[in-house]
Ligand binder design. Structure first.
Ligand code: ATP
Ligand code: MG
Length: 664
């Protein structure tokens, strides 16, 4: 089973004498070690699959790992393994332990937009900047395990005092809705483990071995969760690469690699040095760029692969020309090499850069998937349907109640809803419960009350079905009963309605399929859906080109990579100014380069449209850091029809750039 691994990898897979850290560069087989170790633990060491948990960074990575393990084990064994993200593991724990924390098991999970709405209401302001700041401060407090009372005593300025109060009211609101936010999914299990030792023991004896991928990007909460779960036994394997730490902005701390050493004096460290992913020139490029960062850990990375093609640095005239040329090259390459669309990835620093490429791909009829962007689950039509599911699962979810009862419109007006809300507020109960209270009847006309009752009775009926029946018939009846399709076509342009309805149909088909595969009820699926929102869009199911942000591309590999928009102001991002921030941007560049197996093109534009204006763009400083012997320059000059840049011109340009940079 382990005979495909090299000696260092095999040592890591077999090591069971205590905590283990595998510290190694990109493409050295860290994730592979985890996959093989899962199989090894089950087959050779007698671990029951349900006693092992592997933690990945994205749902997509979890899915891929499960598929790989399934090839080494039988399907039943692979199914019983816990392979999930920190957030879904947290959700899983909370679902079972919710009552201990005063939550019901079918709690709702609010995404960032739901939470922003609550904050906006509490602030009494729609100002996006204010909301974002409040949200991020609250999130920081939560990540640091600071509760509202502590926050109030910690803050100094009056503005922060107000924020701390807001934090308290925000928490109360979530609790009233029986809802948690994404931070809570990890914070609450940690709190539970700290305060309920019997619960901690239950989970410690549930998971006897832990494996954690992408360890460099864990935050404090995740670190605590791992520590608590591992307990004194400390049987775990963490794998990571400090050069790929790219989530500092979300509170991740590469320090956690160091902390492991302090917290576990007998920590064993294994380094892997052979890269199996990329051809030599790509690897040289990655190494040369990252060499400009200060080193945390010394790492060598070498490869037995051939030199491979030169890395192309392509200068495009403008953003449209960049997209056009990338898509053209991609199609030509695919035609020539008889590859699949899924062998190609177009990677960029910021979400908005995908638009131009999407347009070009669509016009060429090339299938593609976008990850790391606006998720499928954030579309209005999907959120409408999910609101129903959320309400069915958790009638205390007031935001879902409001969305569901008003979409499609069913004659319940604002006046009715205001009376309902005020009654519920006075009585401190949910909107749903308030409908059934005698006190409310007096305030409404018989007709108004009747409408509310009809709606709530319908939800209650669906609820008992959602618990007991398969997803498919319940979903179908739900859509028919609310006539969502009819409402779309009544209220929108036919084309728009068609698109939305087809999204809804896709979504329903997906739920039905997934619910059946995982043996989950519609209620359980509702929490799963809420989680999908976190980092990724729907799973990729077809042969398609991947469009992805660099952040979302972590851990993945592609035959051929186009790294686009590599310009000052984009990568490094214009908001990243401090040396530490520039180093994080450089790690992003490193992550991008190291996704490529056989070919890599790095492109930049001479100018870009910003609104109606053209903005002049400079190639990224990271391009100047590439090893000259391994790169080839190509592309157009800004004036238009100028010939492709020669190697000499490219060199001169680079020298120029370096001189400019040296001048600062
Ligand atoms: P990243 O840092 O990007 O997450 P990684 O260290 O997790 O990379 P993997 O994704 O596990 O690396 O492996 C990279 C590639 O190398 C994969 O295609 C994998 O199949 C291959 N590989 C790993 N180990 C070996 C080996 N011993 N022999 C052959 N191929 C290997
Ligand atoms: Mg990996």
């Amino acid at each position: 089973m382990l005979n495909k691994l090299n000696p260092a990898q095999r040592e890591a897979a077999k090591y069971l004498d205590g905590p283990l850290l595998v510290l190694a560069g990109a493409g050295s087989g860290k994730t592979g070690v985890i996959t093989h170790k899962l199989a090894y633990l089950v087959r050779q060491c007698g671990y029951a699959p349900r006693n092992i948990a592997a933690i990945t960074f994205t749902n997509k990575a979890a899915k891929e790992m499960r598929e790989r393990v399934a090839k080494l084990l039988d399907t039943r064994e692979a199914k019983e393994l816990t392979i999930s993200t920190f957030h879904s593991l947290g959700m899983h724990i909370l679902r079972e332990e919710a009552p201990l924390l005063g939550y019901k098991k079918a709690f709702s999970i609010f995404d960032s937009a739901d939470c922003a709405k609550i904050i906006s209401e509490l602030l009494g302001s729609p100002d996006k900047q204010d909301i974002r700041e409040a949200q991020s401060q609250i999130s920081n407090w939560k990540a640091g395990f600071i509760d509202p009372a502590q926050a109030t005593s910690l803050v100094e300025t009056e503005a922060d005092q107000r924020l701390a109060l807001l934090y308290g009211r925000y928490q109360e609101t979530l609790r009233a809705y029986q809802a948690v936010d994404f931070d809570d999914l990890i914070r609450l299990p940690v709190e539970l483990f700290r305060t309920h030792s019997e619960a901690l023991q239950r989970w410690q004896s549930r998971f006897l071995y832990l494996l954690i991928d992408e360890y460099q990007d864990t935050n404090d909460c995740q670190y605590q969760m791992t520590r608590l779960l591992a307990g004194h036994r400390a049987q775990f394997t963490a794998v990571g690469d400090d050069d790929q730490a790219i989530y500092a902005w979300r509170g991740a701390s590469v320090e956690n690699l160091h902390n492991l050493r302090n917290d576990y004096p007998r920590l064993k460290v294994i380094k892997l040095e052979q890269n199996y992913r990329s051809s030599q020139r790509i690897l040289h490029s990655a190494n040369a760029v990252i060499a400009n960062n200060t080193k945390l850990f010394e790492k060598k990375l070498w490869s037995e692969h051939g030199l491979g093609d030169q890395v192309r640095v392509y200068a495009a005239r403008d953003d449209e020309n960049e997209a056009e040329s990338v898509v053209l090259q991609l199609s030509a390459h695919k035609f020539e090499h008889k590859t699949k669309f899924s062998d190609y990835a177009i990677l960029y620093r910021s979400n908005h850069l995908s638009r131009e490429f999407e347009e070009q791909l669509r016009s060429q009829n090339i299938p593609y998937t976008v990850s790391g962007g606006t998720s499928f689950f954030e579309r209005a039509e999907i959120k409408d349907i999910v609101a129903y599911l959320r309400l069915i699962a958790n009638p205390d979810d007031d935001p879902a109640f409001i969305r569901a009862i008003t979409t499609p419109k069913r004659g319940v007006g604002n006046a009715t809803l205001e009376k309902l809300a005020s009654h519920a507020g006075k009585r401190q109960i949910s909107l749903f419960d308030a409908v059934f209270e005698a006190g409310l009847t007096e305030q409404l006309t018989a007709r108004q009350h009747e409408d509310l009752l009809t709606f709530c009775n319908f939800i209650a009926r669906m609820q008992s079905r959602a618990e007991n029946e398969d997803c498919a018939p319940v979903m179908n009846d739900l859509l028919t009963a609310i006539d969502y399709e009819g409402w779309l076509f009544d209220s929108l342009e036919p084309r728009q309605a068609e698109v939305r309805w087809s999204n809804v149909s896709d979504f329903v088909a997906w739920i039905n399929r997934k619910g059946e595969a995982d043996g989950k009820s519609l209620i359980a699926m509702t929490q799963t859906i809420a989680l999908m929102n976190l980092l990724e869009s729907r799973e990729q199911e077809t042969d398609a080109v991947s469009l992805s942000t660099l952040h979302a591309a972590k851990g993945l590999e592609f035959g051929h990579v186009f790294l686009v928009g590599v310009e000052e102001g984009i990568l490094p991002h214009r908001n990243s100014e401090s040396p530490a921030q520039i180093e994080e941007e450089r790690r992003l560049m490193y992550v991008g380069i190291t996704r490529a197996q056989r070919s890599l093109q790095i492109s930049h534009c001479a100018r870009r449209r910003r609104g109606k204006e053209w903005e002049k763009c400079e190639p990224s400083r990271f391009i100047a850091e590439l090893p000259q012997g391994d790169i080839q320059f190509a592309g157009l000059m800004p004036e238009g029809a100028a010939p492709a840049v020669t190697k000499e011109a490219g060199k001169a340009k680079l020298a120029n750039l370096k001189a400019l940079l040296a001048k600062g």
